[in-house]
Ligand binder design. Structure first.
Ligand SMILES: Nc1ncnc2c1ncn2[C@@H]1O[C@H](COP(=O)(O)OP(=O)(O)OP(=O)(O)O)[C@@H](O)[C@H]1O
Ligand SMILES: [Mg+2]
Length: 346
């Protein structure tokens, strides 16, 4: 496994260009302090840190002085000061409930297109600074929901969007521009414009899938108003690559790290993250639905909202919310139609 890790590290540094101080792009956001803002950390040190995979204050704040000293080619005393400064600037620690509530006001919601499904998710669809996971069998609607969100994120806030762009990390080659056109035309939008605001990348393996997150971070810092990141599918590559006996622990560890990276990105840049996940049969489940999500607890515990999708009566889709931190477990029904996700009387 050590070899594997090295390959990842190497390719990460290759992709990284050293950057100047960059601003937080998106409208109305406060500027987040950057590495360069830390006393004692000059452009040379920033380049070295970035080459070592450290891009933000959090990365620096968790280092120890000897490690930072070596990484950035600086003395230990200076390294200690820099770490302390980073911790101070980051305001690590507790915030009171009111401050927490204020922070939650920054959150955007993105409508799914179906009022029923939006209500299941608390009223307004999926939210930024959170990971929403949809898991279900083939054809259950995971990709359709992804495409619908990629269109809706572009809507103005009062219409259920976040006036932002979407990033679509496609691991299975199932992104369909024609389908996006149908959704866009369904809401009377210019389909070409809508497609231009969806930045699609095909991820060829799990390493590539992981690397693309850095790319997204760079795009946000370069000013792309990205509000939604889709990973369709989250687990397919991991599942295919770590299929052997005895590989499960490694797979889970990498998935775990990936989920943490996703959450960090969601929080840092105020993005909604929507991931899809397959199900596998669970022979232990004799009654009820004999399926469970790939990645199990690791993915489940890291997702803020989890929806289980399945086909229902008369071509409808049933969505069930599972283990939400603030909403009741509940079920609803919606339809996938040519021009969008629609409601069904329930
Ligand atoms: N234009 C359309 N009009 C109506 N329904 C459609 C249309 N396109 C796709 N669908 C429905 O969506 C289904 C496919 O759903 P989707 O691609 O979201 O599945 P998925 O959950 O992503 O499956 P997989 O695990 O294979 O990726 C089709 O079987 C069909 O029922
Ligand atoms: Mg799909």
């Amino acid at each position: 496994m050590a070899d594997d890790e090295e390959v990842i590290e190497d390719s990460e540094t290759e992709v990284k260009k050293s950057k100047k101080k960059s601003k937080d792009s998106a409208s109305g956001e406060k500027e987040t302090p950057q590495l360069i803002d830390i006393p004692g950390i000059g452009p040379g040190a920033v380049a070295k840190l970035e080459a070592a995979g450290i891009f933000d204050l959090m990365g620096l704040a968790v280092l120890t002085p000897p490690i930072l000293a070596e990484m950035a080619g600086m003395g230990e005393a200076a390294a200690r000061k820099a770490i302390q400064a980073a911790r101070k600037m980051m305001d690590l620690g507790f915030s009171d409930g009111l401050a927490f509530a204020e922070k939650r006001k920054e959150i955007f919601n993105i409508t799914t297109g179906s009022k029923n499904l939006d209500n299941l998710l608390g009223g307004k669809g999926i939210e930024t600074k959170a990971i929403t996971e949809a898991f279900g069998a083939y054809g259950s609607g995971k990709t359709q929901l992804a495409l619908s969100l990629a269109v809706n994120v572009q809507l103005p806030v009062e219409k259920g969007g976040a006036e932002g762009k979407a990033v679509y990390i496609d691991t299975e080659g199932t992104f369909r521009p024609e389908r996006v056109r149908q959704f866009a035309e369904g809401m009377g939008a210019n389909a070409d414009k809508v497609l231009k605001n969806i930045l699609v990348a095909r991820a060829f393996n799990s390493d590539h899938q992981i690397l693309l997150l850095e790319k997204v971070s760079e795009m946000v810092k370069d000013g792309e108003p990205i509000r939604l990141m889709i990973i369709d599918s989250l687990t397919a590559h991991f599942r295919a690559e770590y299929s052997g006996r005895g590989m499960l622990a490694d797979r889970q560890q990498r998935l775990n790290r990936y989920m943490h990276q996703l959450m960090k990105l969601a929080e840092q840049h105020n993005l909604a993250v929507y991931v899809t996940n397959q199900v596998m049969s669970d022979p232990a489940q004799m009654f009820g639905d004999p399926t469970k999500a790939v990645g199990g607890n690791i993915v489940g515990h890291s997702s803020t909202y989890r929806i289980y999708l399945r086909r229902g009566k008369k071509d409808s889709r049933v969505a069930k919310l599972i283990d939400s931190p603030n909403l009741p477990d509940n079920e609803t029904v919606f339809m996938i139609e040519t021009d969008g996700l629609k409601d069904v009387e329930i």
